[in-house]
Design a binder for this molecule. Structure first.
Ligand code: ZN
Length: 208
């Protein structure tokens, strides 16, 4: 081992972040050793892990058991907007275009980075739709290949569970390959208003 053991451990820890290879991990670790400001990472990380949790209802990151949005009785509890990441909730909330509630899957199907259906909170969504009698599920996963596959997955999971809420997909005006989190208010608003019903194709039904 070329580096002192504690440094090697730090490099390995950085390497576990998505998209960070050995070279970048080394650069980050040396930076953290030299730069007092960068050392705030340690306590910040510890505190974030200790003081945040997943909302028991929507799986978004929160400090309390039930997040503010799920606890807000003014919001439409029967319409769920399903997104990939907490940052998508932030983007849609910032645009003020949606008055229902959310469900965060915590990712999208992506064979290349090893994200499979079991890593996503799809089962929790299915249970929730059953429990709460959800009327509409709006699939607001990204308009890219992973997002489309994830939308299909959710649709099929609801169908296999014998649940039949209206399932729609945010569509119109969304540039293919873009990400929900970067879209502006007008585009999000159009995409929500122009959402289209998503139906199982015959092939999907045969598979299910
Ligand atoms: Zn919540």
């Amino acid at each position: 081992m070329a580096y002192p053991e504690p440094l090697e451990r730090l490099i390995e820890a950085f390497e576990r972040f998505p998209g960070v290879g050995r070279r970048t991990a080394e650069r980050l670790a040396f930076h953290a050793l030299r730069e007092p400001k960068a050392r705030e990472l340690g306590p910040a990380l510890e505190r974030a892990v200790r003081d945040t949790r997943l909302c028991r209802s929507c799986c978004n990151v929160t400090r309390v058991e039930t997040c503010e949005i799920c606890a807000d009785a003014e919001r439409d509890a029967l319409t769920l907007c399903v997104v990939e990441h907490p940052r998508d909730v932030e983007a849609i909330e910032r645009a003020r275009v949606f008055a229902g509630r959310y469900h965060v899957l915590m990712g999208a199907l992506n064979p290349s980075d090893g994200t499979e259906s079991t890593h996503l909170f799809v089962e929790r969504l299915v249970e929730r739709v059953r429990r709460e009698g959800t009327r509409e599920v709006i699939l607001a996963t990204d308009p890219d290949a992973e997002g489309e596959a994830t939308a299909r997955l959710v649709l099929e999971a609801l169908h296999s569970a014998g649940l039949a809420p209206r399932v729609t997909r945010m569509a119109r005006g969304l540039p293919a390959g873009s990400a929900i989190e970067y879209l502006h208010k007008g585009v999000l608003e159009d995409a929500l208003e122009g959402r289209v019903e998503l139906l199982l194709s015959r092939n999907d039904q045969r598979r299910g």
